[in-house]
Design a protein around this ligand. Sequence first.
Ligand code: G3I
Length: 397
Amino acid sequence: MKLRRWLAAGAVAVVTATALNVVPATAGRPYDPAAQSLRELAKRHGLYVGTAVDMAALNDAAEPRYRELAASEFSTVTAENVMKWESLEPTRGTYNWGPADELIDFARKNNQRVRGHVLVWHNQLPAWLTSGVADGSISKAELRQILRNHITAVVTHFKGKIWQWDVVNEAVSDPWDTPSTLHYKGFWAQNLGPGYIADAFRWARAADPKALLFYNDYNIEAFGSGNPADDKTQFVYNMARDLRAKGVPIDGVGAQGHLGTQYGNFSTLQVAAALRKFAGLGLATALTEVDVRSQITEGVEAGDSAEINPRLQASAANFSVLMQACLAERHCLSFTLWGFTDKHSWVPGAFSDPPEGLATVYDENYQPKLAYHELKSDLIFSGPPYVLPRIPQHPRR
Ligand code: G3I
């Protein structure tokens, strides 16, 4: 709905209710916003709320709750793993579309949009590709052609079914890498040079002119020093600015939002300012992989509430900061969780020393945690004048 019409409708409702001296709209009907799903509550803002989906969990008949919640709570889904190169083309020239197609089908049945993840990343590449480059049987020129073919094949296969593509993922180093000066890192930059980034966006656009094309990365939720040598957000900002200046078809930047309670909180305004700055380049934004992990102590394992509660509270506060920042910036199109239950989260598998977990909004028994309720409150209690409906992004030509 157009903003003016939206505000006008609200004004009419208030004036009418005041004139009639009645409770508006829902009188006589039970109306409990807290009983609505995340996706229903987000709709008023034009915001899509999503989750990464683990296909094994989705298909596990012993866990019907996973499928139910994936369908009922979310209006967009992302493949956690099955659209990655190693899954789609485990053997050179032989594509395995099955699991990814299943997710697309699930999304269609549940009226959900799909974020495509991921076209170009240095992780989860098939062994035939990495070993072929390592042993010299795949030349640099051939590698570039292989990348072009992959992007074209994948984007063409899913043409018309993907809302936002993560075209390039995690291309930039971190301050703790060597050298510490931020740079383009990983397999693709090492073998093709950073020019592969612009190529990837152009090839993706050629294959599906209607999909929104995103650059996606972690630790870019807020600006730091402003020096691209050590401020990853600034580095990515400069990259996106330069791509836009060259006419490269990039439509958005995704901030993954993998946070941890041990690191402290961003402020909402700080994150909102970062999203707004990217929007200033004419880009959409999205929170694409949100979770907030905590260190697991013996006390947490033993169920000590004095250790668990502060973690749940800090986690909820971090989720809320990202949601409020997204709501405040009208070009922030979607807010996606990287899994929604602690039963199926990448975190315990990735962090063992010290162990980390508790990263999602439902516990291992599918009970909603404080973070879930806080996300709902953010969606319920925000509105004009500072929170207005999203401004749709259209692909650049
Ligand atoms: O499929 C094999 C299975 O056959 C085997 O038995 C099992 C034993 O470990 O491993 C399975 O593969 C695992 C795969 O997930 C599927 O479950 C890999 O070991 C594991 O490393 C892989 O982790 C994924 C990780 O990306 C890889 O880097 C996580 O599930 C996934 O959540 C994570 O997602 C990334 C985003 O794509 C990009 N941003 C960061 C985010 C978190 O790391």
